[in-house]
Design a protein around this ligand. Sequence first.
Ligand code: SAM
Length: 257
Amino acid sequence: MPEDHKDTAPRDTEASFGFARVAEGARQGLVNQVFSKVAPRYDLMNDLMSGGLHRLWKDELIGALAPPKGETPFALLDVAGGTGDVAFRFLDAAGRGGSAVICDISAEMMEAGKARAGGRRALEFVQANAENLPFEDRSFDAYTIAFGIRNVTHIDKVLCEAFRVLKPGGRFLCLEFSSVEMPLLDTLYDAYSLNAIPQLGQLVAGDAESYRYLVESIRRFPDQERFVQMIRDARFERVRYRNLTGGIAAIHAAWRL
Ligand code: SAM
């Protein structure tokens, strides 16, 4: 990762939006514009950009969660759940006791998700900001967030909310792009993502800018160890991470005890 692209301490009223600095209060609105634009092509672009890898990473996430089979009630909250990939996998893997809430700030992303939900039962969509969840304390057995947390303005608030809504004994699992930890792969990945992905966005979705933001926001996200510390700071315990594809993505897992 180029050193000049790493995040620096934000000034009081500013936040990073990709490589740009914007007023902190304006940032979420800009993120929402990105996802309302990309929603109709989001799933297709995910497959094209990652060559289908995102599917394997999401399978790994649900494998790590290992939801119970059978009638045991088990409630998942999938935050920034977008078009439903994680919640759908969870419901398909869990037993009849499994239920899922997809919570996302973007109505457009969830509309695309509703259209793909098929006949899945025990599934609910709730529009809300991950920084301020409309759920009771200690309501869920598991909390997942996939490729969502780097888009929020205050990661610390999101982690505190995750802790609050989880039951004691609940699992936190985050799948996010991370810092590539393999020499050569990091150079190739930088060249591919910073150049080819915005071009692909232009070609397929007529929108290079949104995809430039998505790629730049990856470079702004804390690396694996720094994110571990942020999760610990939110009072989670037994925090672990596992790199996927050389650190292109990582799964961070923790417990509310
Ligand atoms: N989890 C899905 C997946 O893995 O395919 C969607 C990931 S998509 C890259 C990021 C999602 O985060 C978008 O649906 C966006 O609307 C949502 N998002 C961004 N900021 C959010 C916030 N503050 N609260 C809740 N959702 C947010």
